[in-house]
Design a protein around this ligand. Structure first.
Ligand code: LLP
Length: 432
């Protein structure tokens, strides 16, 4: 009935998330509101970690790709769940560090890391840096020398796999701003260069083929390609690569027709390929890292809005306006992303309408979705948009000087504020 298994309906006919009445949460914290099911987030972390135990003898680390959802509390949860993290900016590093996260389990990515960000990573003793280009390798080597440290480096490789996804979010093909291309020999040259840098410890390779992927084929193909490259490095340079980071990108159910795989299937499929390749080719089995973001937090979150007006344009469409929009969920305007929605205070009623849920920003394309099935709703009703836990809060903006919503975590016995709602004074806080 609902796209995420943590959603249900209580005896009052109201939508619940992990047992908590969403209308009560809306009343208590106001709308728009991001609500995240902490228990589900923890469950997903354990599933990924266990898949490494089950299929790869525990020889790996699951790192939460924190670009999907970043605030201090999520890093505390990740620390408690024994996860690594993927960070891509000083902002993410700083948040994790301030939350007390063990930065030796952080992997620092980015195609254009600034000098200050690299300094910060070294000061915080970030465990691994994934180098994206030759200039970065030179900078890293120089900085390591200055500081008298050795930096553990992985190289971001474009394996040339097309992940059959929206072109904005597929990154493994040759025409991508990320990483070194295999086909052109660029990746091999980068390996040679890294090995020549005295202050860098070359740990291994990284690839990320894209996002929202609903099958294992792309991952298996990428793993095979990377293993062949690892063998080439061994044969031609006499170096045994010790780590392979296969990125994230595991898809989730946004709408009824999405059919995601159980999360442990990815490790199962990839481990088979890597294990047999190593056996057959006398290659050392690499430590494997994975970087799931969306799959951990996406299904765990919903966004609650209050309905303002309704506008029916005969024979064209009905607009239902809510008190948020592209400022808290820019994924429709960016990718025409689809979502499922429910009128939270009428959740047991049938969905009798097809409406366009319009945001409140001054922008025609500001919508949560078009042609969405919904219970009949009136001003004052609460709409819940489902599976918004990933890339909604983290991509939210202050467009139109709209304050960002609060974030609430619910678990089986309580709810708590983890990010306060922005205030108008926050909005002007940097204005001179
Ligand atoms: N690792 C690397 C190196 C990545 O670039 C990404 C995502 C991930 C891991 C995590 O991917 P996930 O498991 O979350 O799919 N804003 C877009 C998604 C951009 C993803 C960027 N990189 C969206 O809203 O769909």
């Amino acid at each position: 009935m609902f796209v995420s298994e943590n959603l249900s309906v209580n005896e009052k006919g109201n939508l619940t998330i992990n047992g908590a009445d969403t209308t009560v949460l809306a009343e208590k914290y106001g709308t728009p509101l991001y609500v995240m099911d902490e228990d589900m987030i923890r469950k997903h972390c354990r599933t990924f970690r266990k898949s490494i135990e089950t299929y790869y003898d525990g020889q790996g680390m699951a790192c939460f790709a924190s670009k999907a959802f970043s605030c201090k509390e999520i890093y505390r949860v990740m620390q408690q769940e024994n996860m690594g993290i993927d960070v891509v900016s000083s902002g993410e590093m700083y948040t994790a560090f301030k939350a007390g996260f063990d930065m030796s389990k952080a992997v620092f990515h980015g195609n254009n890391k600034s000098s200050e960000e690299i300094d910060m990573a070294l000061e915080m003793k970030v465990g691994r840096i994934v180098a994206d280009n030759i200039f970065e390798l030179e900078t890293l080597d120089k900085k390591a020398k200055e500081k008298g440290v050795k930096i553990s480096v992985l190289l971001r490789i474009k394996p040339g796999v097309d992940a059959h996804t929206h072109s904005f979010i597929s990154t493994g093909q040759i025409d991508s701003k990320f990483g070194f291309a295999l086909e052109t020999g660029e990746a091999f040259d980068a390996v040679k260069k890294t090995l020549e840098c005295p202050n860098l410890e070359f740990r291994g390779l990284h690839c990320h083929i894209g996002s929202s992927i609903l099958d294992t084929q792309g991952f298996v193909a990428a793993a095979e390609i990377m293993m062949k490259f690892i063998k080439q490095i061994k044969d031609e340079l006499g170096f045994e690569v010790s780590e392979l980071n296969l990125g994230g990108g595991f898809g989730i159910r946004y709408v009824e027709s999405d059919d995601p795989l159980p999360y442990d299937e990815f490790m199962n499929a990839v481990a088979k390929v890597v294990n047999s390749y190593c056996k057959e080719n006398d290659v050392k089995r690499p430590f494997i890292l994975i970087e799931p973001g969306r799959s951990i937090v996406g299904p765990a979150g919903i966004t609650l809005y209050t309905v303002g007006g309704r506008k029916t344009i005969p024979d064209i469409r009905t607009y239902v306006s809510v008190d948020g929009g592209m400022c808290d969920n820019p994924r429709y305007i960016l990718y025409q992303a689809e979502y499922d929605a429910v009128v939270a205070n009428k959740a047991s009623e049938p969905k009798t309408e097809k409406v366009t849920i319009a945001g409140r920003c001054c922008e025609t394309g500001d919508m949560i979705g078009e042609n969405m099935s919904l219970q009949h709703c009136e001003p004052g009703d609460i709409i819940a948009v489902c599976a918004t836990g990933a890339y909604n809060y983290s991509m939210s903006s202050n467009y139109n000087r709209i304050c960002k919503p609060a974030v609430v975590f619910v678990n089986s016995d309580s709810d708590r504020l983890v990010v306060k709602r922005e205030t108008l004074d926050d909005i002007i806080s940097n204005d001179i």
